[in-house]
Design a protein around this ligand. Structure first.
Ligand code: SF4
Length: 490
């Protein structure tokens, strides 16, 4: 059996054909040098890679090299590799003479199944909801025969509750004990940073995410037992004192390949079948996994290499220094300050904070979508090219002109006020759009609509809002105020 080359996001047992298959693991310095990267992310990836090599012992060869190519040439053996997750890595492995590429793993729907679904006769749009239902049927997840469990495919209406006033009262995620591998990773990162070999963002701190299969399995069990039952209704809510709420925090482990999405979906379904978790919560989690996660993965390939450069709204402003520097202290707006603090301290924020605070702010101000994609990729522990290109370019910034989402995810302070407890402690007022108390999200929302009125006037999901903006007698002053604010931290 040929040696299997494992990339840093292929670390679970399901990336091997047999338990005793020989393995190559490469630690490429150039992969870390390419661009600034959050310290937590760099630590997690290096730690996971080295832990896997240590676990495999003599079965694995770990090569630390300047580049992947250098390592493979040094080994000089026939290798197989599961199709890597980025275009750059796929092109590299395709160019190496003794490397055979086998189909990708770590996703619930294969490339062939996605293509069959996308090409099905009569399909005009690649809607996530259709893809998700197809996956549920094909994988027999949350199905009662041919019908969805509970008679409904979608529990979104129940899963958009504002945060409960007194919090969720659920246990947090499990902690992880660092070992000598983590200590060595920390020393290496310090050394490389001092030597100017890597540019690290964010703050260091005890490791908060799984780096081994055993840790990831423990995190999955703890989520299913402790937080899944409460996950659904407040999944779109934000609480200042509880950044985790009932979220799974499993995305980093899934994207390192330590967990398989299907096993996570099956564990959640088992909790529903045994009566341990309500269907709305389980369905919401399963939708994120075999629905959204796989959908984004396949669209990354389906939309082609130029998709990352799409910029339908001609958003050209550079990201300001306070944002790229994760300088939360420069920000007064409480929701944005909290979001940046979470990124700086943890390399993590849950999906609504990413979409409706960080992404929403950037969208309103016309920040460059490709630059923003790079920022999310570098600063989140679960950030990978295939994750961030569709999520940021398509979903968050509407830069694909509506291929992924039929309307832009722009919202004013009223939305954040309804879905969080941030506004009470903020110097701005969510309902105010003009003057010193004006909420930057509310003022930014109306300015965004004004700027793109022509484009969205005929969008059935946006036309009413565009007409609403046109009726505001103070709209010119709001727009001028936002221009004056420019790139200053709000
Ligand atoms: Fe955020 Fe505006 Fe609310 Fe302040 S008032 S927390 S800036 S939405």
């Amino acid at each position: 059996m040929d040696r299997r080359w494992l990339f840093a996001d292929q670390l679970g047992p399901h990336f091997l054909d047999a338990r005793d298959q020989p393995v190559l693991i490469v630690e490429s310095r150039s992969a870390l040098r390419r661009r600034p990267v959050h310290r937590r992310r760099a630590h997690l990836v290096l730690s996971a890679l080295r832990h896997r090599a240590a676990e495999l012992g003599d079965q694995a060869v770990l090569i630390q090299a300047g580049t992947y190519r250098e390592a493979v040439e040094r080994l000089d053996e026939d290798l197989t590799v599961c199709a890597p997750t980025s275009r750059a890595a796929r092109s590299l492995v395709g160019s190496l003479p003794r490397v055979t590429v086998v189909p990708a793993r770590g996703f619930a729907t294969s490339a062939a199944e996605f293509t069959a679904w996308a090409q099905r006769r009569g399909r005009r749009r690649l809607l996530q909801e259709d893809f998700y239902r197809d996956a549920r049927r094909r994988l027999d997840i949350l199905m009662d025969g041919a019908e969805p469990a509970g008679g409904r495919w979608n529990f979104d209406a129940q899963n958009r509750e504002p945060p409960p006033a007194h919090g969720l009262g659920v246990p947090g995620p499990p902690g992880f004990t660092e070992d000598e591998i983590d200590e060595q990773v920390r020393r290496d990162l310090d050394r490389w940073q001092e030597a100017g070999e890597v540019r690290l963002t964010g703050e260091d701190g005890p490791r908060e995410f799984a780096v081994t299969r055993a840790e990831a399995s423990r995190a999955l069990r703890s989520f299913v037992r402790d937080r899944l039952p409460a996950f659904g209704p407040p999944q779109d809510a934000m609480l200042a004192a509880d950044p985790v709420m009932a979220h799974s925090l499993l995305s980093a482990a899934l994207n390192l390949g330590l967990l398989d999405p299907l096993e996570c979906a099956q564990a959640a379904e088992a909790a529903y079948r045994s009566g341990a978790a309500p269907l709305a919560s389980v369905e919401g989690f399963v939708r994120q996994l075999i629905g959204w996660r796989d959908y984004v993965w396949h669209l990354y390939w389906h939309f082609g290499p130029d998709y990352r450069h799409r910029n339908a709204l001609r958003a050209r402003s550079p990201l300001p220094d306070w944002f790229t520097g994760l300088d939360a202290d420069a920000v007064q707006a409480r929701c944005l300050k909290d979001a940046l603090t979470q990124v700086r301290e943890h390399g993590y924020a849950h999906h609504i904070i990413r979409l409706m605070v960080l992404g929403n702010y950037a969208l309103q101000r016309g920040w460059d979508p490709a630059e923003l994609t790079g920022w999310f990729h570098a600063n989140f522990v679960d950030g990978y090219d295939w994750v961030m290109v569709p999520n940021v370019v398509g979903m968050s910034q509407h830069a694909d002109g509506g291929l992924m989402a039929t309307k832009p995810y722009a919202a004013g302070g009223a939305y954040i006020n309804r879905m969080s407890d941030y506004c009470g402690g903020c110097p701005y007022r969510p309902a105010v759009r003009l003057g010193p108390d004006a909420c930057p999200f509310t003022a930014g929302y109306w300015s965004f609509l004004d700027r793109h009125a022509d484009r969205f006037a005929h969008n059935p999901r946006m036309a009413r809002q565009v007409r609403g903006a046109a009726r505001l007698t103070d709209l010119p002053q709001v727009v001028a105020q936002e221009k004056d604010r420019g790139s200053q931290a709000p």
